[in-house]
Each structure stands twice: as structure tokens, then as C-alpha cells.
Ligand binder design. Sequence first.
Ligand code: NAD
Length: 468
Amino acid sequence: MRSFKQIIGGSLVDGVSTIDVINPATEQVVAACPRADKAQLDDAVAAAVGAFPAWKATPLAERRAMLAKACQAMLEQAGDIARVLTSEQGKPLAVAQEEVMGAAMIGQALSSLSLDDRTVGEDEGGQFVEQHYPLGAVAIITPWNVPVALMMLKVVPAMLAGNTVVAKPAPTTPLSSLMAGEILNRHLPPGVFNIIVDQNDLGGDLTAHPDIAKVSFTGSTATGKKVMEGASSLLKRITLELGGNDAAIVLDDVDPKTTTASLFEGAMANSGQICLAIKRAYVPDVLYDDICTELELLAAQAVVDDGMKQGTQFGPLQNRMQLDKVRDMVADAVERGAKISGGELKDGPGYFMRPAIVRDIDDDARLVREEQFGPVLPVLRYSDLDDAIERANRSDQGLGGTVWARDVTRAKAVAERLETGMVWINTHMNVNPFVSMGGAKQSGMGTELGQAGLEEYTQRRLLYVPAS
Ligand code: NAD
């Protein structure tokens, strides 16, 4: 295996120590990854601050050209990055390849955006013009479930807008982000893109660093609250993309077979470790047994194995802690009398859990109230649609949601009552790089993607220009 380096001020640098990155399918060490300390964090921030004036003064069209080239280069190296991603994250190789190529293509799409001045009002004396200018050094903090794509969809707009970056990936999946970072760095002036790795111990320092102007964070709601606290003393700008507990509401006119296949995929993709995964399904009485039986069949047929093996549909959970958390939540459901189908753990090494369908579960079970972030779908029965909507909304989180129905007008009326940042009808996780999105309630603050996502990395300035 190749060696991995952090990037500080344009140079590839070792850490002050290393961390072992573990393959979740084999529990073997994938590689020793450089680990920074507080002094290296300070160096990375200083490099980003130092590179900011020249980068900010570089015309946006030039910044765009460099970023687009970097994304193209990443596309060409997608195979290499994907193999490392599978070995550290666990997802099947084909899915890893899709993630890396998708990340590069999202980067290309986002680098095509602009920040033109806009006249937003006028009076007899002149015009009000809206402008956007960059903020400075931006901290980009990302989680372990979709590490490459989640980093790229932040760093590209941040740098396109004229900011410089200090990225910090999650310590269990840093290698693919370091590889993507090396490519970015090759196409950018030194100091514009910096990346360091910690062991879950530098996020607070990075967030609170006096020279960091903004923090863009994706991760759990609990950590998001710490980021907000750390950013508060200097009133730093923050974008928070946090946890979800997305409900799927199934109406009584669906075709159970096709809908079940979509529900299963929506809940189990990436072994359930997606913020926007379906995490609770509300199914009407008349379809409850049919849909549960069909879901159980799909769970029993699923191919769960090392992501490097051809034919693997679902890989392991990414880390031991996550596996233990999901097991605890399943145990809580069993204790409460719910019926579990699937969910077996694999003998031997690896953090494997087979997909599980949980029926006859009550609303107070942890699996319903909390984000499981694993391959377990609780299926809740309802007889009254208003009641199902009310139960779906009874959550502190409000990331996404789905409604499934033949009658789209009826589905739309239900969708419009869901208190979330995104709702899809008869499809799921349809994300478009030009369409901004973000979570409601404790699922986040601010938006990503599209024009609004780009403008999150800027300060809006209103300029009044008198008529000459
Ligand atoms: P996490 O919150 O544990 O970690 C996320 C990142 O924060 C890591 O890089 C971690 O090192 C860093 N961190 C740890 N302590 C910190 C601190 N005090 N200050 C700043 N940063 C700190 O999340 P995770 O377990 O890696 O990821 C899973 C969570 O991410 C789930 O809740 C999932 O729903 C959420 N997520 C949300 C989105 C979204 O777009 N809304 C996307 C993907 C994942």
C-alpha cells in the first residue's frame, strides 16, 4: 500500500504520530495514517490564512478553471481512490467507484457556478447591488460514511468563492480524503487547500481557532452542537449538515412489491449509513403483513460480504462503535417485544450485520426515536393517515422524508405536511448538484449545493450606487 500524507502550505507532510486505519471487513490495518497535533493544526490554519489574499484576488474564472481541472484529474484516478475507500470504509467497490466519480462530477458541476453582482432594487437616486465576497480560511469537517463526496461538495464551492480551506476528515476513513486532497493540491496554489488528520481530538480546536472564519460541518447532531458552541464566541459563520431520522410514509394504494424494493434500497444502501436513509417506515394496516414479508425476503436474500468481493451488495458497518450502537438498539427493541427478522452477525473478523426488518415495534423504542445509522428498518403500523403524519413529525430531527403512493396528488398533500428539509415522492435521495438542500430542526442549519450553497461561503454585501 502506498504512503499517505497530510497537506500543509502546499507540501506533503507526515504527522507527528500515526493512526492505524482499520479495514472494517477484515479488522486488518489498511495503512498507518499521519496524525497531526495542535501545532500542525496551527500551521495548516496559518498556511490557509497566508494564501487567502492572493487566492481571493484571483479572478473567479481562473479559480474555476483550476478546480475543474482538479476534478477531471480526480475522475481519472477514481479507480485508485475507490479501492482505498472500500478498504477503509467497507462499501462495495462498485459503490465506492460511484462515490468517487460522483464526487468529481459534483465538483465539476459546482465549479461551473458564478457569483455575479445583482441589482436587487432601485429608487430615483440609484441602485441597490448585491455582491458576495469570500470569508477567509474555512474549516471543513466531514464524517466517515461518504467521506470523499461529502468533502468535495464542500471544498469546491468554498474555494470557488475565494476562500482557502483546512479540511479534517473523520479518523476512521481519512485515506481516500488524503488522496483526493493530493489531487486538489497539485492543481492549486500552495496553501489554498490544506488537510490534516486527527484522532477525534482536534475538531474543537479547529472550530474555535481565532483565524478560522467559517466552519462547514457534516456529522452527528451531538457534534454539530459542539461546533456551534465553538463558533459562537466569534460569531463565526457555520453550515451544519447533521443526523436524520427520515420517515417513509406508505399510502394504501401502492403496489407492495415495487414499493418494498425501493424502501429496502432506501433503508439499506451503504448498510444504512447514510444521513438520508429511510430510518422508519409507516405502513397502513391493509398492507402491513405483505410489505413486512416482502422486506424480510429481501433481507434474507441480501449478499453481505467484504466490499472487495464481486457480487457484494452490502459491506460491514464502518466501525466497531457503530456496530455496538446498532446492536444495542436492536436489543432494546427485542426487549420491548418487537419481532426481528435478520440482523445476524457474521462469525469471524469484520463488523458485519445482515439487514434486519423489525415489526410490531412501538413508537418509544430507541430504533424509532433515535438515528440507528445501520442496516435495520423498523416498520410501524398505522390505521389513520393523520396519525401517521403526526408520528413521523414527532422527532427532533427533520432531514428528509419520503411518501409512496400511486395517487401523486394525495402523496403531495401528505408530503407538504412533513416537517423536514427535503421530501421525495416515489423516489429517494434524488440529489442534484444545482439544487440547494439542508435539514430542518436539529438536522442542521444552512444549505449545501447549488447557488445558495455557494453563497454560504461568502458574506453578502449590499452596495447602494447612486445614479451618475
Ligand atoms: P461525528 O459527529 O462523530 O463526526 C463527524 C466529524 O466531526 C469527524 O471528522 C470528527 O472527527 C469530527 N469531530 C469530533 N469531535 C468534534 C468536535 N468537538 N468539534 C468538531 N468536530 C469534531 O459523526 P460521524 O459518526 O462521523 O458521522 C455520522 C453522522 O453524520 C450521522 O449522524 C449522519 O446522519 C451524519 N451525516 C449527516 C449528513 C448530512 O448531510 N446531513 C451527511 C452524512 C452524515
